[in-house]
Design a protein around this ligand. Sequence first.
Ligand SMILES: Nc1ncnc2c1ncn2[C@@H]1O[C@H](COP(=O)(O)OP(=O)(O)OP(=O)(O)O)[C@@H](O)[C@H]1O
Length: 269
Amino acid sequence: MQDVYKFYGFEFRWLNVLDLLIVIFLVIQLYRLLKGSLAFNIFIGLLMVYAAYFLVRSMQMPILTSILQNFINVGLIAIIIIFQPEIRKFLLVLGKKTPLSKDSFLTKLFLPDRFKSYKEEEHMINEIIIAVSHMSASMTGALIVIATTYRVKFDTASSIAIDGNVSAKLLESIFEKNSPLHDGALIIVGNKILAAKVILPVSENPNLPTRVGMRHRSAVGITEHSDNLAIVVSEERGTVSFAQDGQLTQNVSLEELKVKLYEILVDGY
Ligand SMILES: Nc1ncnc2c1ncn2[C@@H]1O[C@H](COP(=O)(O)OP(=O)(O)OP(=O)(O)O)[C@@H](O)[C@H]1O
């Protein structure tokens, strides 16, 4: 039996509070995930349908209630189809916060060898920073995607497999203007350069600044539905930007980029 408490005439149990906190946590995670994307508008639309359903039900309007009820029943399957990429990413975000995730206390306690790879990651971060600083100074356009938790799906027909260690020299020679591989994106998975000349999905986010071109739009596109970081060096301005969770942060300093790389590769978020 659960104790029942009274607060300003309302009766509640501690499980009700926990229930409410979990719902608030899930809604905040969903909001963070969808913010700025087209799916956000669909999400708001669905919330409005739910609100309308509860309203007509409480007002005891049977026909509207039954229409909205049916819509919601079918809508559940539609939601799973429409939000399939977001649901996948949502589960990934949740998985990262479990006691078994890469950076949790339990993992560090029982799987200390996970620390070994951090040296490699620190080396990789330094190499990326060196390459980005050189490419920024020489106004060499570049687009680097760092896939953290799972392999990025991309069009293999257009890309060139590399499977090489990450080094500043290799990165710079790939994006060098006369290189046959300089167009498109370079993908890093783990500590390896997986492929170059990759065509990415282009973001359709209408909130991106209009002067943002294809390189920056595709950087945003690849981070909208997956747990990646995309780094862009602008060929026009030499500026450095990064995209994460569908958000573009422009004109970052090398120091800021380094902090972001540590956040995703070493601190695990
Ligand atoms: N879908 C895509 N996936 C990967 N790379 C792409 C894609 N579309 C364009 N690019 C890259 O972006 C380059 C064109 O960049 P564009 O000038 O349109 O963008 P931008 O964001 O203004 O970048 P910059 O500031 O460097 O000019 C292409 O040469 C190609 O390398």
